[in-house]
Design a protein around this ligand. Structure first.
Ligand SMILES: C[S@@+](CC[C@H](N)C(=O)[O-])C[C@H]1O[C@@H](n2cnc3c(N)ncnc32)[C@H](O)[C@@H]1O
Length: 284
């Protein structure tokens, strides 16, 4: 097959055989399903990586990836390449209304101030979801005597976690955050940082960021009261979704809540969950 040479010296075509090999590997490592229709997307995303590694073509990349050295050094970068990290502050805003109106008051009635609410943002990307939760829960705490909480935020991609931990964003990304919340929880950059905003040290300290791959074993000393896992399982096939959601249920306190993305569904899955609002479920 004749291949066109790209300006950077990388051959432009990812052969079907190489795509299949990569797709199988990615599925086994991180559960992400890449159907044939995603070949162009993978090819385009890998193109940059090939240039960074100064590799002439995709065949050389595969050879490297599947070598012992590649397995040790390249896996994290490949994961960064294949994951889709789209996110925003107050994404799917109804969820935060349900959290404040139903879930938090219910927690205080059932558990009371004895135990802090344990919340997990699973698949947190660059941090917009856990920071939104940190602001919402802080607001609730300021109005509810005795309410305390902890937030764990995890992702498979080290690249997005590094950004999340910094808590720095272009100011326009925070446009959807009310001025009141911005004043209380964010700082505006000055001089060479103008145009940027950063969460205060106190807010950053509320979130424990950790790397976690859902395809590996996970467990916690104490079960969670709330799990947000939104816009993550959409990239998995049904069997992987079911396996992961079952494990989430094992990590949830009875009466705890699971939030999934609005375009995701658990319909037809045998899980110990009952629906309390659109895409919000209670562990029975
Ligand atoms: C589209 S983002 C969703 C971010 C946020 N939850 C939201 O709804 O805005 C999906 C995230 O899931 C993460 N992810 C994908 N596969 C994963 C896996 N196997 N284990 C853990 N995280 C994974 C990706 O790295 C990505 O940051």
């Amino acid at each position: 097959m004749a291949r066109a040479e790209a300006p950077g010296g990388v051959r432009q075509t990812l052969a079907d055989r190489e795509f299949k090999q990569l797709a199988e590997f990615i599925y086994a490592e991180c559960g992400i399903k890449l159907p044939q229709a995603k070949k162009t997307m993978l090819e385009a995303r890998l193109h940059k990586r090939l240039r960074e590694l100064d590799m002439p073509d995709y065949a050389s990349y595969c050879q490297y990836l599947f070598s012992p050295l590649g397995q040790e050094r390249e896996l994290i970068s490949l994961i960064d390449v294949v994951t889709t990290n789209t996110t925003e502050f107050f994404r799917e805003p109804k969820h935060f209304e349900v959290l404040c109106a139903k879930v938090l008051p219910g927690h205080m009635r059932r558990v009371g101030p004895a135990q802090p609410l344990r919340l997990w943002s699973a698949g947190c990307s660059t941090g917009e979801e856990p920071y939104t939760l940190a602001m919402v829960l802080s607001e609730h705490a300021s109005q509810t005597p005795g309410f305390r909480f902890s937030i764990l935020a995890t992702d498979i991609s080290t690249r997005v976690l590094e950004r999340a931990m910094r808590g720095i964003y272009p100011a326009e990304r925070a446009d959807c955050i009310s001025m009141d919340l911005k004043k209380r929880y964010m700082l505006r950059g000055k001089n060479r940082c103008s145009g940027l905003v950063r969460f205060t040290r106190d807010v950053r300290a509320l979130i424990d960021f950790q790397r976690m791959n859902f395809m590996e074993e996970f467990s916690f000393q104490k079960r969670m009261h709330v799990i947000f896992c939104r816009n993550v399982i959409i990239y998995f096939d049904r069997q992987t979704q079911h396996g992961l959601l079952s494990r989430f249920c094992q990590c949830l306190e009875s009466g705890g809540h699971l939030f999934i993305g609005h375009s995701e569904s658990i319909t037809g899955m045998d899980l110990p969950l009952e629906q309390v609002a659109p895409t919000v479920y209670r562990r029975v």
